[in-house]
Design a protein around this ligand. Structure first.
Ligand code: PGA
Length: 247
């Protein structure tokens, strides 16, 4: 059977965010003890805003939900305002009724990073992967912090961030020098363990990556192409991100 990425077209970022939120909310209602795989970055902020609004308006409960985040910068404590732990608190966790002890993010400031990778792997294993993994895509096709060349059989590991990724993330830091050089990330195999994957893309800076994903071959040189080996991937993308693709 040929595996196909299901494509949902959105007019703009807000619509992409609403459509993604509808899928997450549907799962949370259908499975109150679901495991959500979550992502950071500019792309999912609108989705998280929608979830918060829905929580306030409709009381969708996250009491039994567990989360596993994709990645964290090496050297950053959870308290650091640039950490992904802070990002998640600020953009989602502190606004809904999820139990802090049910949220999981790799510890980038662990004394022994190899042990931390093993711990996080075992955690993902204990959940048997996420029920639904939310993903963004890097301009170079990375998913999580899996840069081009990463093995499709990779588990949680330490990565050297590419120049391209550090430049893309520099907007969050006072200067380029302060952008971390390393991160801990779920591997490609960890991501593919999810029962379902929701890939989000918005804006013209993602257009080339989306074209490569949909029209290119499956290769470790383009990490997101691994998603074509998964049986249940939905891409929700806006017109700007889809502008180079003929649908
Ligand atoms: P972005 O990052 O959402 O900030 O564009 C996505 C990614 O790099 O995976």
């Amino acid at each position: 059977m040929k595996l196909e990425i299901k494509i949902i077209q959105a007019d703009h970022y807000e619509e992409m965010s609403r459509l993604a939120a509808a899928q997450v909310i549907q799962l949370v209602k259908a499975k109150p003890d679901a495991v959500l795989g979550l992502a950071t970055g500019g792309t999912p902020i609108g989705l998280y805003r929608e979830l918060i609004e829905d929580f306030r308006a409709n009381g969708t409960s996250y009491e039994g939900i567990h989360t596993i985040n994709l990645d964290e910068y090496v050297g950053m404590t959870a308290e650091n305002s640039n950490s992904y732990a802070s990002f998640m608190k600020e953009n989602l966790f502190s606004h809904i009724n999820i139990k802090p002890e049910n949220t999981n993010i790799p510890n980038g400031s662990a004394e022994n990073l190899e042990d931390e990778c093993k711990r996080y792997d075992a955690l993902i294993e204990s959940f048997n992967g996420a029920d639904l993994q939310v993903l963004g895509i890097g301009r170079n096709g990375h998913i999580g912090f899996n840069e081009p060349g990463t093995s499709f059989s990779s588990h949680v590991h330490i990565v050297e961030l590419s120049q391209n990724t550090r430049e893309a993330n520099a907007r969050y830091f006072p200067s380029m020098d302060e952008v971390p050089e390393k991160a801990l990330t779920m591997g490609i195999a960890s991501i593919l363990k999810s029962r379902e994957i929701l890939l989000l893309a918005s804006g013209h800076t993602k257009a080339q990556a989306i074209k490569e994903l949909l029209e290119g071959s499956v290769s470790e040189d383009f990490p997101a192409s691994a998603l074509k080996n998964h049986q249940k991937v939905t891409l929700i993308a806006d017109q700007d991100a889809l502008q180079l693709v003929r649908l």
